[in-house]
Design a protein around this ligand. Structure first.
Ligand code: PEP
Ligand code: MG
Length: 563
């Protein structure tokens, strides 16, 4: 049995196909005809571009985005000039020069602290491999040509591999390297193919033809299991499918508790494609659109037009249903290398999110202008992140008003009823939420950050992750206070932190009176089923009891009986 990181849920049962990458023998030679080497580079670049574009034509939206990043690398003037420079100055053959430059670039990304940026090294290696194969005149393995349905076993799965995968032929995949935010993991979830990453050396322990079982939620792989194990997992898989089918019946139903309290279940999304997926999963709205993904994976800020198109697309997909779009929340664990923000001792407590937007007003205005222009296509609500004071809300609203006036001057329309709300994710905001509530249209509680700031526990730090606990009584009291203060001022209160989709917290949050729960699309139907089975009146009493308990442990044990 091998244990890795569950990247995409689902049980996969079938034969292994070990993906072996060709090992190229790259030699270092001194070359006289330098122009010839540069010509070879140009040819390989052109051919690689053609190949990526061809794969892109057959890909879905998510894959297209990633492949776009690949095209950008192939067109990156710096990459090309670096290789040419090396050929000239060292009289080096093109293969060796390219290898040096790729290694240099990949190691820059690999050395970054941020998990997401680290993973971008994989893109460089993926494109680099294609370029190199083309220099050697060799063809890359094409997963579209698999003859039978298999489980792919690989050191790593590249975006070009996944883009060629046919869901009928690929039961699942497992890899040696990668984390939950690696592209291979993101792709697996987007394609709904079960996957485990970060298994260490699974390629050394499995041969093509071996029989495999794995569970993408548990992150466990079994190689050549016995009959009884196979039977057990087949039964589990069947049960899982039956449950999924049962849940699908709730796609179009409302989320109403047993005794008639109605709440809204929204989805957290990062791009328009997620909005489509959330639709299929019965989302009643978008509770959080993390716009920072529009700014990532590229080399410069997105234009107003690019942003407008993305926001419009999401609003159109959701129709009349509410769409809460959060303004740029960069900083902390989310870096934008091209902005050249200074390194900080405590990035989570530093120059980030609304703090950047209020200082770099051009960036903020461009986003607000794109949002306002898109507002006529649906039911837009604008949300500011990382608010810690009333002044910030007022300043942000001033910029918003200024952008509205600019649009009016230009005769460009925008909706007249856009709600403006804030994230409550900093204890300071929670504590003065009675006052903040008077100046906004809604609150959305961001527990991911609220927990870290309340308990002084870095959400990225494995070592102290045992302290990062939503059942911490201080956190629950703050959440309760925010909901009460919001309601007293007559505004609605939602939650878009991970906790909103956690079946252990849902009964408490329902009892506290939370109006909107926003979560990843896959959690919506299970949450709906759970809430339909709960009584609001009973949960109110439960929440009151919980608020009197002094330790996280007591609360967690107590609540288990309602899950
Ligand atoms: C949060 O902090 O709870 C939140 C939803 O925002 P993010 O995870 O993007 O920081
Ligand atoms: Mg946050």
């Amino acid at each position: 049995m091998f244990k890795g990181i569950g990247a995409s849920s689902g049980i996969a049962i079938g034969k292994a196909f070990v993906l072996e990458k060709e090992i190229l023998n790259i030699q270092r030679n001194t070359i006289e005809n330098l122009e010839n080497e540069k010509g070879k580079l140009q040819k390989a670049l052109a051919l690689s571009k053609q190949q990526v574009e061809a794969i892109q034509n057959k890909s879905d939206e998510e894959q297209k985005n990633i492949l776009n990043a690949h095209l950008m690398i192939l067109e990156d003037p710096e990459l090309i000039s670096n290789v040419e420079e090396k050929i000239t100055s060292e009289k080096l053959n093109v293969e060796a020069a390219l290898e040096d430059v790729l290694n240099m670039l990949a190691s820059i990304f690999e050395s970054m602290e941020d998990e997401y940026m680290k993973e971008r090294a994989a893109d460089i290696r993926d494109v680099g491999e294609r370029l190199m194969m083309n220099l050697f005149g060799k063809e890359m393995l094409n997963l579209a040509e698999l003859e039978e349905a298999v489980i792919i076993v690989a050191h790593d799965i590249t975006p070009s591999d996944t883009a060629q995968m046919d869901k009928e032929k690929v039961i699942g995949f497992i890899t040696d390297i990668g984390g939950r935010t690696s592209h291979s993991a993101i792709m697996a979830r987007s394609m709904e193919i079960p996957a485990i990453v970060g298994l260490g050396s699974i390629t050394e322990n499995v041969k093509t033809g071996d029989f495999l079982i794995f569970d993408g939620s548990e992150g466990i792989v079994m190689v050549n299991p016995n009959q009884s194990m196979i039977a057990e997992y087949e039964a589990r898989k069947e049960k899982e499918m039956a449950e999924k089918k049962e849940l699908r019946k709730l796609v179009n139903s409302d989320t109403i508790s047993r005794d008639g309290r109605r709440v809204e279940l929204g989805a957290n999304i990062g791009n328009p494609k997620d909005a489509k997926k959330s639709n299929e999963n019965g989302a009643e709205g978008i509770g959080l659109y993390r716009t920072e993904f529009l700014y990532m994976d590229r080399t410069s800020l997105p234009t107003e037009e690019e942003q407008f198109q993305a926001y419009k697309e999401v609003l159109e997909i959701m129709g009349e249903r509410p769409v809460v779009i959060r303004t740029l929340d960069i900083g902390g664990d989310k870096e934008l290398p091209y902005m050249n923000l200074p390194r900080e001792m405590n990035p989570f407590l530093g120059y980030r999110a609304i703090r950047i937007c209020l200082e770099e007003k051009d960036i903020f205005k461009t986003q607000l202008r794109a949002l306002l222009r898109a507002s006529i296509y649906g039911n837009l609500k604008i949300m500011y992140p990382m608010i810690s004071s009333l002044e910030e809300i007022r300043q942000a609203n001033e910029v918003l008003e200024e952008v509205k006036r600019d649009l009016e001057k230009d005769n460009i329309g925008y909706s007249s009823h856009i709600e403006v709300g804030i994230m409550i994710e900093i204890p300071a905001a929670a504590i003065i939420s009675d006052m903040l509530a008077k100046e906004v249209d809604f609150f959305s509680i961001g527990t991911n950050d609220l927990i870290q700031y309340t308990t002084a526990v870095d959400r990225m730090n494995e070592k102290i992750s045992y302290l990062y606990n939503p059942f911490n009584p201080a956190v629950l009291r703050l959440i309760n206070m925010v909901i009460k203060n919001g309601h007293e001022a007559g505004i609605w209160v939602g939650m878009c932190g991970e906790v909103a989709g956690d079946p252990r917290l849902i009964p408490i949050l329902l009892g506290m009176g939370l109006d909107e729960f926003s979560m990843s699309a896959g959690s919506i139907l299970p949450a709906r089923k759970q809430i339909q089975g709960l009584s609001y009146e009973e949960m109110k009493e439960i929440a009151d009891k919980v608020l009197e308990m002094a330790t996280a442990d007591t609360i967690e044990k107590f609540i288990t009986q309602y899950v």
